[in-house]
Design a protein around this ligand. Structure first.
Ligand code: NAD
Length: 248
């Protein structure tokens, strides 16, 4: 394993960040989108578009409530905990994530920038009242689909659907411009504009480490490529760093 190389880069960097994708949560039982067992092998991506939500909110919620229930039972895995530990050690300054599962925060990470929203929150499209997703799932059980607000408006998850602009991109790009090292973890790096984060770090002269099971379109500009499982590799980096700091 190349834990030592990555550990050394983290120890010598001044502003390292992590950019995470669905691959960091597969070990928590949440399928990714495009990997071999990805969600889009089973369902059509059209189900997660804003057009489909508007056209058929009931059909949208049939799919989405299943996805929500699946995500709610998931717990952080060793990769999430390793990143939280690296942040506590002062070696990771921010996590910019494409994930909507909230598992970084559950693992204890503090500075998490969510580009695609969070599945634990919902809001009414008419009056913008916000709801916990738990409350919305209860509503669905009691009142059926689609969930409706007391004002009569349809409730939707507070996540970015295909065809909608991402959240927090300017903050994320600002951070990327500051960073001298980015660890791109468990992402196919194919979703724009999220994949601008690792690209921007590189363009500004920083280093890019790609930790992903499969090839990505940014492999050709990466400084290090690691084809390991993230939940095995990241704890190994933490152990290496702990050893180094102990023996200093
Ligand atoms: P993606 O599915 O395109 O890519 C995930 C990558 O991770 C794949 O290349 C896969 O080979 C790799 N991978 C899977 N498990 C791994 C593991 N244990 N170790 C190492 N690599 C592993 O996902 P993406 O790049 O995040 O695509 C972005 C979209 O996916 C976003 O829109 C995001 O909102 C969404 N998404 C989020 C979740 C979640 O919140 N957990 C789940 C599915 C999809």
């Amino acid at each position: 394993m190349e834990c030592d190389k990555v550990g050394d880069l983290l120890l010598t960097s001044t502003y390292a960040i992590a950019f995470t994708g669905a691959g960091i949560s597969t070990a928590s039982g949440i399928p990714d989108f495009r990997g071999p067992n990805g969600l889009w092998k089973k369902y059509s991506p059209e189900l997660a578009t804003i057009e489909y939500f508007k056209k058929d909110p009931r059909g949208f919620w049939e799919f989405y409530s299943l996805r929500m229930r699946g995500l709610f039972t998931a717990l952080p895995n060793k990769a999430h905990y390793a990143l939280a530990e690296l942040e506590k050690m002062g070696l990771i300054r921010a996590i910019i994530t494409q994930n909507i599962d909230g598992l970084h925060q559950l693992a204890g990470s503090r500075n998490v920038i969510e580009l695609h929203g969070n599945i634990r929150k919902c809001y009414c499209v008419k009056c913008l009242k916000t709801y916990d997703s738990d409350t919305v799932l209860d509503k669905i059980d009691k009142e059926g689909l689609p969930p409706k607000c007391e004002c009569g408006g349809v409730i939707r998850p507070d996540v970015v659907l295909f065809g909608e602009p991402v959240y927090n991109i300017s903050t994320a790009l600002e951070i990327a411009r500051e960073a001298d090292l980015v660890l791109a973890i468990g992402s196919s790096l194919t979703v724009y504009p999220a994949n601008m984060i690792p690209l921007t770090v590189k363009e500004m002269g920083g280093k890019l480490i790609i930790l992903n099971a499969e090839e990505t379109p940014l492999d050709n500009i990466a400084d290090i490529i690691i084809r390991e499982r993230v939940e095995e590799f990241l704890p190994c980096v933490v152990d290496y760093i702990k050893n180094q700091t102990l023996h200093r």
